[in-house]
Write a protein that binds this ligand. Structure first.
Ligand code: PRX
Length: 656
């Protein structure tokens, strides 16, 4: 296994801020969980009686069509939760609010990048979701059919997710920044029957050509029978007769009455692809009841929700954070969720702050990489706006450096808003380790304590707990409702990836350290997964993209520490004989990666080299390449290196 990616060396903290921030008194006095004692009692109780704990929560937070009879059936590594129960996620997120006092409350407040806005009440959302569910039905979508969504951040994306949930058709959302090739690979893997896309979406004032990309993908996807196209821009797009239909044409004649399908607890709600340490993305499979409970529960307690909260999660629905904390978690709780289409610096660097002022946002949930960009742009942008409506801040996606934490606290939170640094993964479905804002003293750089019901441990390679203060591997030792159930179509890979390291316990792929107070400090990935601007990328996927270019003989990709992105992508490439190592070729290779995967995987640095450092058995020594990319001396063992002169050559080579 590789060392901590990006850092090189062993798993050790690089964080130095030692201040502890207790929950502000005023905040704690109104919080659902308002003291550390109360948190500890809850955690201990959940540890002692997990089934009673989760069973009670499931009855409290979910509206069941038929009650469940068994809380958990655990045959490691497969868990089944809330057996015997039936429910519908769309009915829980929409219908039950559409009929009571929340009927006219905004469910979604949407801000388009060009400045257009829409507010959709729970009652209206129910009609929109039902209509689109009928549209999908009209296209032959039935319970169990997979629907792919490749869309901009517009309300129709949330509506389409919920319409799928209403019918029991698992959705797979593909982030709009992925290329045709990446979209095709995902559709092929899950055999989606319908693709929902848009003519385009806005990003920094330009149109992202989603329909053109979708056309390129669908040509290679024989399972797609129909393509539904939302009109978002003024661009003309070609429509394929018999296959492509406009959303507005279909919705115009669709009825707003569509009964919600009773789903079994363990039926699949969605598949979301994420990068693993091998080339092929993994289809993470989440189920109906467990996922709904995980997101509803964690949104409620981590964000200490109040009825009048206006909650703004800045993630794209193409990622798990958007699924769990823009759509399902907030809507299950009946709060108002704010959704923004575009870039944080369009038309200027104050865009988020304007949205917060305009809509009186109370809770902001964003990524450390965004906070670092805000810091770089300067205080003058947030200072232009009234941010006094904010009462709570959250971060997710990567470790937050103390400087960014303190800036977020002072400049955005005005020193009065607790910060919840939430650790979790696509696989976990919901937040696992996080402060509870009214109870947990926060420490910049630590996600602090596990939520009640979650039992993490830091282990050595043999599976023994390491002493407090020492780095090790982060595992989760008890099943939890929103855990992934398997990888779509590849249960062997599921077992291998998550359960072979510590049989019976879930291996996260992260390194971590626990301090004497029980706080967890996440140290980043220990496998070949990169975290670039909070986005997960596989080194091997980028390597395969590079070697699929005819000029490339071999490629090795590693993470390089980056002040803004956390990690940047550094590629070391050897060329086929006769190829010239020119700047033009570097550009062509970068463009090739963008074509194969998407702009988010574009290498920041490409280095041509005559050979790659390898062990005598032929394994690429990535640790050495990480040190070269980071510009640090390798302190580790190089005795297994086949040819020491390779390293010397790499150190002399130019970057760029
Ligand atoms: O390395 C951890 C990092 O992001 C990984 C999960 O990535 P993904 O599945 O794309 O989900 C991102 C959003 C949940 C983890 O294995 N990570 C996520 N949150 C944190 C984090 N690292 C440190 N601190 C966090 N709060």
């Amino acid at each position: 296994m590789a060392n901590q990616s990006g850092g090189g060396g062993s798993i050790e903290s690089v964080l130095v801020e030692n201040r502890v921030f207790p929950p502000p008194k005023e905040f704690a006095s109104r919080a659902q969980i308002s003291s550390l004692d109360q948190y500890e009692q809850l955690w201990d109780r959940a540890r002692a009686e997990p089934e009673a704990f989760w069973g009670e929560l499931a009855n409290e937070l979910i509206t069941w069509i038929r009650p469940f009879s068994t809380v958990l059936e655990w045959t490691p590594p497969h868990a089944k939760w809330f057996l015997g129960g039936t429910l519908n996620v769309a009915a829980n997120c929409v219908d039950r609010h559409a009929e009571g006092p929340r009927a006219d409350k905004p469910a979604l407040i949407w801000v388009g990048e060009p400045g257009d806005e829409r507010t959709i009440s729970y009652k209206e959302l129910k009609d929109e979701v039902s209509k689109f569910a009928n549209v999908l039905k009209g296209l032959g979508v039935k319970k169990g059919d997979v629907v792919a969504l490749y869309m901009p951040m517009v309300p129709e994306l949330a509506i389409a997710c919920l319409a799928c949930a209403r019918l029991g058709a698992p959705h797979t959302v593909v982030f709009g920044g992925f290329s045709s090739e990446a979209l095709a690979g995902r559709i092929q893997d899950c055999s989606a029957k319908v693709l929902v896309t848009a003519d385009g979406g806005y990003r920094r004032g330009k149109v992202v050509p989603l329909k053109a990309n979708a056309d390129g993908a669908v040509d290679h996807c024989p399972t797609i029978e129909s393509v539904v196209v939302l009109k978002r821009t003024d661009d003309d797009v070609p429509m394929v007769e018999g296959r492509d239909r406009w959303w507005h044409d279909l919705a115009a004649s669709a009825s707003a009455d569509c009964p919600a399908e009773p789903m079994d607890s363990e039926d699949t709600l969605f598949i979301l692809y994420t990068s693993g340490s091998t080339g092929k993305p993994k289809g993470i499979q989440h189920t109906t009841a467990g996922y709904l409970l995980g997101t509803a529960y964690t949104t409620k307690v981590v964000f200490d929700l109040k009825e009048d909260d206006v909650y703004f999660c800045t993630a794209d629905i193409g990622w798990i954070t958007g699924h769990s904390y823009l759509v399902y978690g907030p809507l299950a709780n009946g709060v108002t969720s704010v959704m923004y289409e575009g870039a944080p610096n369009f038309p200027d660097e104050a865009r988020f702050w304007k949205i917060i002022e305009d809509h009186k946002v109370t809770i902001l949930y964003t990524a450390p990489t965004a906070i670092r960009a805000f810091m770089k742009w300067g205080k003058q942008f947030p200072k232009r706006h009234d941010l006094s409506s904010l009462r709570l801040l959250g971060t997710v996606g990567e470790p937050i450096n103390p400087e960014a934490w303190i800036w977020y606290n002072e400049v955005i939170g005005g020193g009065r808003c607790p910060i919840v640094d939430t650790w979790w993964q696509t696989e976990t479905g919901a937040i696992m380790i996080s402060p509870l804002p009214g109870a947990t003293p926060t420490r910049p750089g630590s996600a602090t304590r596990p939520l009640p019901g979650i039992v993490p441990e830091v282990l050595d390679h043999d599976g023994n707990p390491v002493p407090d203060g020492h780095g090790g591997l982060l595992a989760i030792t008890q099943p939890w409702p929103s855990m992934l159930r398997t990888l779509w179509g590849d249960d062997d890979r599921y077992r291998q990836t998550y359960w072979s390291m510590f049989p019976g316990r879930y291996f996260t792929g992260d390194g971590a350290r626990k301090d004497a107070d029980g706080n967890f400090w996440i140290m980043g990935r220990v496998d070949d997964v990169l975290n670039v601007s909070g986005h997960r990328l596989s080194t091997m996927e980028i390597e395969s993209a590079l070697v699929s270019h005819p000029a490339v003989a071999e490629a090795a990709v590693v993470g390089k520490p980056d002040d803004l992105k956390g990690q940047a992508v550094a590629a070391f490439v050897t060329l086929e004989s006769g190829q010239d190592p020119t700047d033009a070729l570097k550009k062509a290779l970068a463009a090739h990666v963008v074509k194969e995967i998407g702009a988010l995987a574009r290498p920041d640095v490409i280095r041509f080299t005559e050979s790659l450092p390898k062990t005598r058995s032929g394994k690429i020594m990535r640790r050495l390449l990480r040190d070269v990319a980071a510009g640090v001396e390798s302190t580790g063992d190089t005795t297994t290196l086949e040819d020491l002169s390779v390293l010397a050559q790499l150190r002399q080579g130019d970057e760029g």
